[in-house]
Design a protein around this ligand. Structure first.
Ligand SMILES: C[S@@+](CC[C@H](N)C(=O)[O-])C[C@H]1O[C@@H](n2cnc3c(N)ncnc32)[C@H](O)[C@@H]1O
Ligand code: SF4
Length: 408
C-alpha cells in the first residue's frame, strides 16, 4: 500500500502542469540602443554610436530604426503560432532607450502589431523614454501613434547625482521632459533611484519631494545596486553603507506614503488605479511574448510552460531574424521550478495574491508548495491566511529569504 502511494506521488511529480485556462498575455518589445551606456546598467543596451562604428550597415547619425522595426515585425510574425487566438492586454516598449526612435518608427511598429495581434481595446501601451532624448513633438507623436503611458528614466532631479550616475541629461532636461510627459500622456511613471553615491538622507528626501512636485500617477524608486559586468562594479563609487541606505529607503517610503501613493510592489508606487498593468501581469506570473534583441518570453500551453530568449547582440539579432531564427534559447520550465518562479514574482506584491492564483498560473495544485508555505508562515514571513499568499512586513523586508524557501 505504502509502495503504491509512493509510486503514485513519483508519477505525479513527473507529470507536467495542466492549465484549465491560459494566463493573460502581454507583449514586450526591446529596443537595444542608448545615447550612452550608464556605468551602473546591466540591461541589454548598447551605445548606438559605438555600435554604429562597429557595424558598417548602420548609419552613424541614428540607430537603424527602419531595419529594426522590420525585424520586430518579422519576429512577431514567426511567434504568432505560439500565441494563436490569444488577446494581448498590455504592450511595453522598453530598453535601452526606445525614445531614440522617431515617432514615425513607433507608429509603424504599433500599426504592424495591431494588424497582427488582437490587442484589447483598452490595452495599456507604455514606452520608456530618457530625458536626454526629449523633444516635445516626439512625445506628442508617440501619443498620436497609440502610446498611452510614458515611463521616464529621471533617476534624480539633482545635477550632482545625475553627473555621478553618468547620465546623458541634467535636472532641467528631466524637469522639462516630466512636465511635457504629464501634459501629453497624463499616465506617466518617473523612474528614480536612491542610495546614490554620497547621497545623504536629506538629499534623498529632496529628490523624493522634487518628484512629488509633479504629482505623477506612478513612481518607481529603485535601490541602486552594483551589478556584475558594469563599470560601477569594477570601480565602485562611494555608496551609503547598509544602515544609511536602509534609513534612506525608509525616508523615501514615508515621503511617498504621506503623499498618498500606494506602495504596491517592492519598487513601485502608484496613485489608486495607476498600477502598471504590464508589470502586474509579470508579478502575477502571467504570460509575455518578448520580441527584439535579448528579449525574454514566458508562454504557457495547456501542458507546459516555455521560456525563450532572443539573440542579444543587435547585429546578430538582425541577422538571425533575417534567417528566420530569432531564438537563441528555448526550454520547457521544469515542473519542480514552477512554484519558485511563481513565488519569486507574486511575493514582490505588497498584497500578495489569492492562493487560487498558484494553481491557475503554475498548472500545479497548491499542495505542491504546502511545505514551504507552512515553513514561511511559521517563521512569520507569510501571513497565516489559507485564502491568500501575502508577505508579512517581515517577509517584505527579508524577501530573498522568503522567496528562497520555495527553491526546488
Ligand atoms: C531598463 S531601464 C530603462 C530606462 C531608460 N533607459 C533610462 O535609463 O532612462 C529601467 C530603470 O531601471 C533602473 N535601473 C537600471 N539599472 C539599475 C541598477 N543598477 N540599480 C537600480 N536600478 C537600476 C533605472 O531607474 C531605470 O530607469
Ligand atoms: S539609459 Fe537606461 S537602459 Fe540605457 S544604459 Fe542608461 S540605464 Fe541602461
Amino acid at each position: 500500500m505504502i509502495a503504491e502511494t509512493v509510486a503514485a506521488i513519483d508519477a505525479a511529480a513527473l507529470v507536467g502542469p495542466r492549465f484549465a485556462a491560459l494566463p493573460p498575455l502581454s507583449l514586450y518589445v526591446h529596443i537595444p540602443w542608448c545615447l550612452r551606456k550608464c556605468p551602473y546598467c546591466d540591461f541589454n543596451s548598447h551605445e548606438w554610436r559605438k555600435a554604429a562604428l562597429a557595424e558598417s550597415t548602420a548609419s552613424q547619425d541614428a540607430p537603424p530604426e527602419d531595419a529594426y522595426v522590420d525585424a520586430l515585425i518579422a519576429d512577431v510574425e514567426r511567434a504568432l503560432p505560439s500565441i494563436w487566438g490569444r488577446k494581448v492586454g498590455t504592450v511595453f516598449i522598453g530598453g535601452g532607450t526606445p525614445s531614440l526612435f522617431s515617432a514615425s518608427a513607433i507608429e509603424r511598429l504599433l500599426s504592424a502589431l495591431r494588424a497582427r495581434l488582437p490587442l484589447l481595446p483598452d490595452a495599456e501601451i507604455t514606452l520608456e523614454a530618457n530625458p536626454g532624448t526629449f523633444e516635445r513633438a516626439k512625445f506628442a507623436g508617440y501619443f498620436a501613434a497609440g502610446v498611452n503611458r510614458l515611463s521616464l528614466g529621471v533617476q534624480s532631479f539633482d545635477d550632482r547625482f545625475l553627473r555621478a550616475l553618468g547620465r546623458a541629461h541634467g535636472a532641467d532636461e528631466a524637469r522639462r521632459a516630466a512636465e511635457s510627459a504629464l501634459m501629453i500622456f497624463g499616465n506617466v511613471n518617473l523612474d528614480l533611484m536612491f542610495a546614490l553615491p554620497r547621497q545623504t538622507l536629506d538629499d534623498a528626501r529632496r529628490d523624493a519631494a522634487a518628484a512629488l512636485a509633479f504629482a505623477p500617477p506612478h513612481l518607481s524608486f529603485y535601490h541602486l545596486t552594483l551589478e556584475p559586468n558594469t563599470l560601477f562594479h569594477r570601480h565602485p563609487p562611494p555608496l551609503p553603507d547598509g544602515e544609511a541606505a536602509a534609513d534612506i529607503e525608509d525616508a523615501v517610503l514615508e515621503t511617498l506614503a504621506h503623499a498618498g501613493y500606494v506602495h504596491y510592489e517592492t519598487s513601485a508606487h502608484a496613485k489608486r488605479g495607476f498600477a502598471c498593468a504590464h508589470n502586474v501581469n509579470y508579478w502575477r506570473f502571467g504570460d509575455y511574448l518578448g520580441i527584439g534583441a535579448g528579449a525574454h518570453s514566458k508562454i504557457s500551453f495547456p501542458d507546459r510552460v516555455v521560456r525563450q530568449v532572443r539573440w542579444k547582440q543587435p547585429k546578430q539579432y538582425l541577422a538571425e531574424v533575417a534567417r528566420g531564427a530569432p531564438l537563441q534559447e528555448e526550454h520547457v520550465v521544469a515542473r519542480r521550478d514552477l512554484p519558485f518562479e511563481f513565488m519569486l514574482n507574486a511575493l514582490r506584491l505588497t498584497d500578495g495574491v489569492p492562493a487560487s492564483l498558484f494553481a491557475e498560473r503554475t498548472g500545479l495544485p497548491l499542495s505542491t508548495a504546502a511545505a514551504p508555505i507552512a515553513e514561511a508562515t511559521r517563521r512569520g514571513l507569510l501571513e497565516p491566511d489559507p485564502a491568500g499568499l501575502k508577505p508579512t512586513p517581515l517577509g517584505r523586508r527579508f524577501l530573498n529569504d522568503l522567496q528562497s524557501l520555495f527553491l526546488p
